[in-house]
Design a protein around this ligand. Sequence first.
Ligand code: ADP
Length: 407
Amino acid sequence: MNSGILVINCGSSSLKFALIDTVSKQEVLSGLAEKLGMADSRITFKHGPTPRRSYRQPGEKDTAALAGGTHAAAMDAIIERLREEGLLDSVKAVGHRVVHGGEVFKATAMITDAVLAQIEKCSKLAPLHNPANLLGIRTAMQQFGDLPQVAVFDTSFHQTMPEHAYLYALPMSLYRDHGVRRYGFHGTSYRYITSKAAELLGKPLEETAFVCAHLGNGASATAIKGGVSVDTTMGLTPLEGSVMGTRSGDIDPGIIGYLASELNLDIAGVMDILNKKSGLLGVSELSSDCRELQEAAAAGNHAATLALDIFSYRLAKHIAALTVGLGRLDALLLTGGIGENSAYVRANVINRLGFLGLTLDEAANQECTRGKTGRITVEGSVPALVISTDEEMMIAMDTAKLAGLID
Ligand code: ADP
């Protein structure tokens, strides 16, 4: 292999990576360093379907304690493993996931000092994410200083939204002076699944009108016309829109002041409730995890059923609302851990959308689980497609293109 892209997705306490061969489009080696900064930090490696070394099994996984527990120690361990596997020289460029690119980054960018400074400026819009992404970039630059480094932004895909979709009805000075507008997230995933869907439906992307929902621990939905985002549910931050694992999604903003006064909380205290104690977890008082809630619901737990109903009803409402930006609906696309696996939630959403021309195929819905891409609506219905997303592959292909490694 001579065309590897190392993809880095760096969080404050984790570092996910994947080495992708852009010719075979296979993940050769991937992994996750977790609990960085803590005493029990560890790193897991997973080998791809065709490992380099004969003593490795396809898909083999191993986990080890990470001495030092820093981001730099994680990068060292990754480099060491790449060397051991004879893969280090195949890395030709490094692609980084960056959450917030503000209005500056309308596309993937080659990282320069000026780009780093702009990403830093966007940090105030994503204080939990961008500083960690920057840390990942700086660590990789120290280790792979000679290679091109590329930033792929979650927000840039949504820069095509029209003004009437991205502006809040707030004083315009807040937009002009402070960048208060809707940015949207999950853009890399949306780009990947829309091009897959166009392929599956045998239609040029430019002629498609999709509503897409990325449903993981964070959840959003987006209207995509002709391959470009025209509206999305997430806003200035990833708190707006759908109900999520621990995030509330849309609420009456009046609740913020009310809670601050009733509970004697400062803004950070209220935001903590909205970001970390709400959503599926808040309603169920049990778990933020969809699978666990499905099990509890099946065992008769009312709060778990209610949490999943609120999640599904709200999402169905958003999907219907997003069709306004499209004028028609060619297909509904579902992805992310919940979208790809939860037949329960998919049924709960699609069964509310008959008026948009969607009719669920119960058997196909039950059969479609992780990794399987497929149609879960009956013949004659507006199609609902489950598509397994691959943000790492998208980042790798973007990086390879920008680095001039592929056309
Ligand atoms: P993240 O946004 O952190 O990347 P994922 O995309 O992995 O998260 O999605 C995690 C969610 O997917 C969790 O709520 C999990 O319960 C749900 N999920 C994963 N597998 C299943 C399954 N088989 N059935 C129902 N939900 C599932």
